[in-house]
Design a protein around this ligand. Structure first.
Ligand code: HPA
Length: 282
């Protein structure tokens, strides 16, 4: 896909989605593995399967519904991705970030990205919610590779504060109100889909990673290029390889995601309006 084509495709998909609902979303929320429940909180809902949207890829990962949900949280219009695509499914990185490009075109100013992650930091435990404060990209890919298209934004983008400090502060305050102990950590992204070896995890701990996962980083890079501010939240579904004797099982990752979904939903219910309000100002 050349970039000039990509822009046309983005516009086409944005027009299609806008034709299905009067909602003009300010905030996009991507719900990761087992974390799809928040979509039930919306009112004035319109659901669109990824398969119906021109040029959207279908999510194939287990635990991902693969649909867009447009609606309101209180007075605030949002769009939710119930499930995302991952590089490990074999999609090119441009396809993985395509939805974010479409949302930017539709006027979205803020993104809340969630994921399931392995806990590298030994102070974490299963079920801990962690705000991502920075990342290490070990996926060997970047969505900005290719012909430069300034309609999406510049090529050499600053990543000093990729994860908005202001949004993290809002989330920490929301966590306090709700009695949730939120941590802040560095997320290391890998291609997957195999989980890591204990030797890899001990290396990642040495270089400053607190969490490991297989998503989110491409979306954050594309969002930042387009001037979208990001809050990213990991749910530690398992401690990373080698920190316990237990093997890591995908079923368990999904199960913990479901168990924690009440807390997760409460946090989003509190923080989404605050972020939407901020986005409306900008
Ligand atoms: N490693 C990578 N990705 C993950 C993990 C993990 O241990 N748990 C959930 N997603």
């Amino acid at each position: 896909m050349s970039n000039s084509d990509e822009f046309t495709q983005v516009e086409f998909a944005a027009k299609f989605i806008s034709s299905q609902s009067t909602i003009k979303p300010l905030v996009a929320i991507v719900l990761g593995s087992g974390l799809g429940g928040f979509a039930d909180e919306l009112t004035d809902v319109v659901r669109i399967s990824y398969g119906e949207i021109p040029h959207f890829v279908r999510s194939t990962a287990v635990g991902h519904a693969g649909q867009l949900v447009l609606g309101n949280i209180g007075a605030w219009p949002v769009v939710i991705m119930q499930g995302r695509t991952h590089l490990y499914e074999g999609y090119p990185v441009q396809s993985v970030v395509f939805p974010l490009r479409v949302f930017a075109r539709m006027g979205v100013r803020a993104a809340i990205l969630t994921n399931a992650a392995g806990g590298i930091n030994l102070q974490y435990g299963q079920g801990r919610l962690v705000l991502i404060k920075d990342h290490i990209n070990f996926q060997g890919q970047n969505p900005l590779v290719g012909t430069e298209d300034l309609r999406f934004g510049p090529r050499f983008i600053d990543m000093t504060e990729a994860y908005s400090k202001r949004y993290r502060q809002l989330a920490l305050e929301a966590g306090k109100r709700l009695g949730l102990e939120l941590a802040e950590g560095v997320y290391l992204a890998l291609l997957g889909p195999s989980y890591e070896t204990p030797a890899e995890i001990s290396f990642f701990r040495t270089i400053g990673a607190d969490l490991v996962g297989m998503s989110t980083v491409p979306e954050v890079i594309a969002a930042r290029q387009m001037g979208i501010n990001v809050l990213a939240i990991s749910c530690v579904t398992n401690m990373a390889a080698g920190t316990t004797d237990a093997p890591i099982q995908h079923e368990e990752v999904l199960e913990i995601g479901r168990k924690i979904s009440g807390q997760f939903t409460a946090l989003l219910r509190d923080v989404v309006p605050l972020i939407a309000q901020d986005a409306a100002k900008g």
